[in-house]
Design a protein around this ligand. Structure first.
Ligand SMILES: Cc1cc2nc3c(=O)[nH]c(=O)nc-3n(C[C@H](O)[C@H](O)[C@H](O)COP(=O)(O)OP(=O)(O)OC[C@H]3O[C@@H](n4cnc5c(N)ncnc54)[C@H](O)[C@@H]3O)c2cc1C
Length: 264
């Protein structure tokens, strides 16, 4: 079973978003593996350990994203690929998914493409669905458990997380699966893994290597332009301590106050 985990490098979750000259930035915040994607990587490793085959991680982004892929190598991924090309800059979700789908295709025979539920910077949660569309594969989102896989019959059974319960689904492979926290406990890199990753050279795939149509990628092709991002206005709140000589009087004063303010 060959499994690909798509991994985005994102700013640290504590980073503050800023807009400078209409460009979105997180300043000098440290860059990390998108926290949701750690679950996708871990699941790819668990599936490799159970069924054999290989665990592959792919990231699209600037050259700095090799560091995210090195983290994937350090925890045990067999292969990692960076999709990086200046012509991809400014790509929207559809273009990103198009490039990732082509990269998954270039890996060769892949049974499962795993994604995190969303990226903590872009936050659309749409990439997995768009990749499934480009590949023409089954899509299973919000998966909290891979119950079973039959590699010979090419079928998968999963549990999807719902607001008030779980949904059990069966589907055909190959499939695109987005996973949620709780599906597993991501492992830490081993010392040997870190050393191996430090020495590794991550292959970089450019648009031409993937046969991408340049009319479908980059800022010019983006259907959605991010023209501004701004924080929500801070709500002004005031605190008033309700006074009284006894709990009953405090409660009565509180009721009067609530009635006067027409809260109820
Ligand atoms: C600075 C900046 C400017 C942007 N400007 C625009 C713009 O003008 N117009 C516009 O439409 N969008 C813009 N984007 C958004 C960009 O297109 C998205 O970040 C990208 O398409 C992925 O969508 P998402 O971040 O919402 O990921 P989600 O769909 O939330 O991610 C879900 C999962 O998909 C996978 N994934 C997502 N991205 C990648 C990746 N690059 N490599 C590997 N796996 C990935 C991960 O597994 C992730 O958990 C901008 C993003 C940034 C950071």
């Amino acid at each position: 079973m060959n499994v690909v985990a798509c991994v985005k490098q994102t700013p640290d979750s504590a980073a503050k978003l800023q807009v400078e000259n209409k460009h979105v930035t997180w300043g000098d915040a440290p860059l990390i593996v998108n926290p949701w994607d750690e679950y996708a990587v871990e699941e790819s490793l668990l599936l490799k350990e159970k069924f054999g085959g290989k665990a592959v991680a792919i990231s699209m982004g600037p050259e700095t994203a090799v560091e995210a892929l090195k983290t994937c190598l350090a925890v045990g991924c067999d292969e990692t690929y960076l999709v990086s090309d200046p012509v991809l800059k400014g790509s929207d979700v559809s273009s990103t998914a198009y490039a990732l789908a082509k990269a998954i295709g270039k890996v060769g025979e892949v049974d499962l493409a795993l994604f995190g539920r969303q990226a903590i910077d872009g936050d659309s949660g749409l990439t997995a669905a768009q990749v499934a569309r480009y590949l023409g594969w089954t899509l299973l989102t919000y998966v909290i458990k891979i119950v079973e896989i039959d590699p010979a019959a090419k079928t998968i059974k999963v549990e999807r997380m719902m607001e008030e319960g779980r949904q059990v689904c069966t589907a055909k492979l190959p499939a695109v699966v987005s996973v949620v926290k709780g599906i597993n406990e991501p492992r830490y890199p081993s010392f040997m893994g870190i050393r191996k990753a430090a020495k590794a050279t991550i292959p970089v795939w450019k648009a031409a290597d993937l046969g991408l149509d340049t009319a479908k990628i980059g800022a010019a092709a983006a259907a959605v332009a991010w023209v501004d991002i701004y924080p929500m206005p801070v709500k002004e709140t005031k605190v008033e301590m309700i006074q009284g000589s006894s709990p009953a009087e405090i409660a009565a004063n509180l009721v009067d106050k609530i009635m006067a303010e027409k809260v109820i």
